[in-house]
Structures are given as C-alpha cells and as structure tokens.
Design a protein around this ligand. Sequence first.
Ligand code: AMP
Length: 224
Amino acid sequence: MLWHDGRTERQVLTLKLILLAAPGAGKGTQAENLSKHFGIPTISTGAILRKNIAEGTELGSIAKKYIDDGKFVPDEVMIDIVRKRLHEDDCKGGFILDGFPRNLAQADVLDKSDIEIDKVLTIEVDDETIIERLSGRLECEECGTTYHTVYRKPKKEGVCDNCGGKLIVRADDKPEIIKSRLATYHSQTEPLKEFYRAKGMLVTVIGQNGIEKTTEKVLEALEN
Ligand code: AMP
C-alpha cells in the first residue's frame, strides 16, 4: 500500500501506538489492519492472556478467574507482561498496543517507564452498537482472528479463513459479562482519554461505519 505522499508503508517512521477503545469497538480488527499496513506487531494483552489460559500456564490460571468474570487482571501482573513483551526485538521498529493501559495506574507506570509512545488512538462507538457487535462475535481458537455472525462472516462457517482453526464464542462475550465489561471500560479506561489528550497524544476516530471505512479514517488521522 502507498502512503499519500508516495512513501511505502516501510518508509513511514516507526509508530508506537496505543489503541484505546471499548471492548467490541473494533480494536482488534483495526490493529490487524494497521499491523499489516505499517509492518509492525500488535501486542494484545487479552490475546496473551487467552493463549496462556489455553496452554494451562500459571499465568493462565491466575488470569482465567478474572477474565471469566469480566474483571481486570491485577495491574502488577499486566505491567510485567507488557514490559517484557515490548522489550523484545520485534517491537524495536514500533508496535500497536491493544488492551494496555486499561486504567490510570497502568498508564502512569507506562508513562514513567523507558517505553516511548508516539500516539494514542481512540475509536469511538456507542454502547448499543457494541452490545450488538459483541453478541455476534466469534474468535479463532488458534490464531485469535475475530469474525462476526453478520458483519464479518468467515468463508466457511465455523472455520478461520487465516489458519483453518475452530471459531468459538469467547467466554467473556456472554451478554451479562459484556455489560459489566462496558461499565468497567467507562469507569476505568475512558478517563485515559483525558490523560493522553492533556499530553497532546490523543487521536480520535469515529468507528461506527464499518471496518474498511474506519481503517481509512484511522490512517488519515494518524498521518496528521
Ligand atoms: P481484551 O481481549 O482486550 O478484551 O481482554 C480480555 C480480558 O483480559 C479483559 O476483560 C481483562 O480481564 C483482561 N485484560 C486484558 N488486558 C488487561 C489489562 N491491561 N489490565 C487488566 N486486565 C486485562
């Protein structure tokens, strides 16, 4: 893909980006598109935790009881995971951080750490749309790619287009858990917008209008 001024994506300066949005606002999908566009990895804290749960690690067993209840995993656990992951070699040219920080305590630790962040992208979607989206969400058990029973169907029902893995409904996408995750987002994560706006790092995009349109708007917004 060509950048508007004629550069290729590889020639764009490194991008260290935080994605900040409600669950179901399209963070994961946009992260996937941005990751391909910029050639940088997406670090999804939720995906790291789910992988650990699937593999039955000690971290997985700690995380499972919080995730299944729609609660946050303790800050010190998350900070440790993120710090280690962002210091790996593939993050040197930039990264997209999806799912961290999720509250002011995590943002504060990140802010005081040696990890630099260039921009914070927030994708705005209203609660009604989020509930509708999450209620139909499917996720590949193997690679984590997300689909939707109406808006983003896989080519073959129940099977991941990417890797052939089985598509499942996430345990925390049940209606009663969705409502509690949304409430937690509004009370704990949303205040981060102000935190980053005050630092002049916040970029806001409306994510109401479908996947491709949102990616277009995100790329435009990040260019400025
Ligand atoms: P996600 O895939 O980003 O929606 O994350 C799924 C679940 O993982 C969340 O509902 C939390 O329980 C947990 N989680 C992911 N990232 C964090 C974080 N930064 N802090 C605390 N818990 C997290």
